[in-house]
Design a protein around this ligand. Structure first.
Ligand code: C2E
Ligand code: CA
Ligand code: CA
Ligand code: CA
Length: 277
């Protein structure tokens, strides 16, 4: 027994022990969070650069934990993906975002809503049914829904991804490629997969006004998007100087702290009303 104890000690570093403990904490607490309504969506506006018009919002999940306060999705989405919790969590996101978007419609705000979809969610073809169900329950027209997929969604099983993306677009939803430029999708793959919009990852936008290499990369990504007839959203715009360069590149839509941070549904309503004045 003593030997086994020793071996365990050697195998599990303190760092690994911490990760195991965190995994176990999430394993107990995340299902509870979903049941007890501790998850919330914040919404970040996407703006048309030319006119300042609000095109729509991206729904971003947070966890209001009684123990830890407001927890970032980066701290629980990876666990949810690994454990399979992303299924029920993703359905909650669909339903909540669709219901909220329909409420805004009824208040007279003509905005789209975007939700993030993990690669893992695309391994279950029931996702088409889940989305249809969420839209029907909310009474939201599918043409107001954007689905943000990362490049990892495309590389895991391209055939399957292609089939689902086709179905999403037949439903009437738009498909947006998230974090473009950070994954491993090839240009030929981009041409094979029907998309509506490409979102330039914020790592290219950061400090773009002073970085000649980023500028060259962004210009070429814009050229690719334009050649394929896809819209472009630049994410993570934080300064007027970044905006200036984005504008010069001919990018139509922007999202970032320079315009607005992600906010609660109520805060967004106030923000929208203020802008109309
Ligand atoms: P993402 O989809 O790339 O979302 C954009 C992230 O950038 C958000 O972080 C947003 O708050 C942040 N951001 C926006 N503008 C700026 C800016 O100007 N500067 C900086 N520094 N950051 C900015 P957040 O909310 O922490 O979300 C992180 C990631 O978690 C998301 O990255 C997405 O991959 C994932 N995520 C969030 N909500 C969901 C969800 O409902 N489902 C799934 N599957 N993933 C989600
Ligand atoms: Ca996103
Ligand atoms: Ca992104
Ligand atoms: Ca990201």
């Amino acid at each position: 027994a003593k030997e086994a104890g020793k071996r365990t000690f050697r195998v599990f570093s303190p760092e690994m022990n911490k990760r195991v403990a965190e995994y176990m904490w999430l394993d107990t607490n995340l299902p509870r969070a979903l049941e007890d309504n501790q998850l919330v969506l914040h919404y970040q506006p996407k703006v048309r650069l030319e006119t300042g018009e609000v095109l729509g919002v991206e729904a971003l999940v947070r966890w209001n934990s009684p123990e830890r306060g407001l927890v970032s999705p980066l701290d629980f989405i990876p666990y949810a993906e690994e454990s399979g919790m992303i299924g029920p969590l993703g359905r909650w996101v669909m339903q909540t975002a669709a219901t909220q978007a329909q409420r805004w419609r009824e208040q007279g705000h003509a905005i789209r809503v975007a939700i993030n979809i993990s690669a893992r969610q695309l391994s279950d073809t029931a996702i088409v049914h889940d989305l249809t169900d969420a839209l029907e329950t909310a009474g939201l027209a599918p043409c107001l829904l954007d689905l943000e997929l990362t490049e990892s969604c495309l590389i895991e099983d391209e055939e399957m991804a292609l089939g689902l993306i086709t179905q999403f677009r037949e439903m009437g939803a738009q498909v947006h490629l998230d974090d473009f430029g950070t994954g491993y999708s090839s240009l030929s793959q981009l041409a094979r997969i029907p998309l509506d919009v490409i979102k330039l990852d914020r790592s290219f936008v950061r400090g773009i006004n002073t970085n000649a290499k980023s500028q060259a990369l962004v210009r070429s990504m814009v050229a690719v998007a334009q050649a394929l007839n896809y819209g472009i959203v630049a994410e993570g715009v934080e300064t007027a100087a970044e905006e200036e360069f984005i504008r010069k590149c001919g990018i139509e839509y922007v999202q970032g702290y320079f315009y607005a941070k992600p906010m609660t549904a109520e805060a967004l309503e106030t923000w929208l009303v203020e802008r109309q004045k």
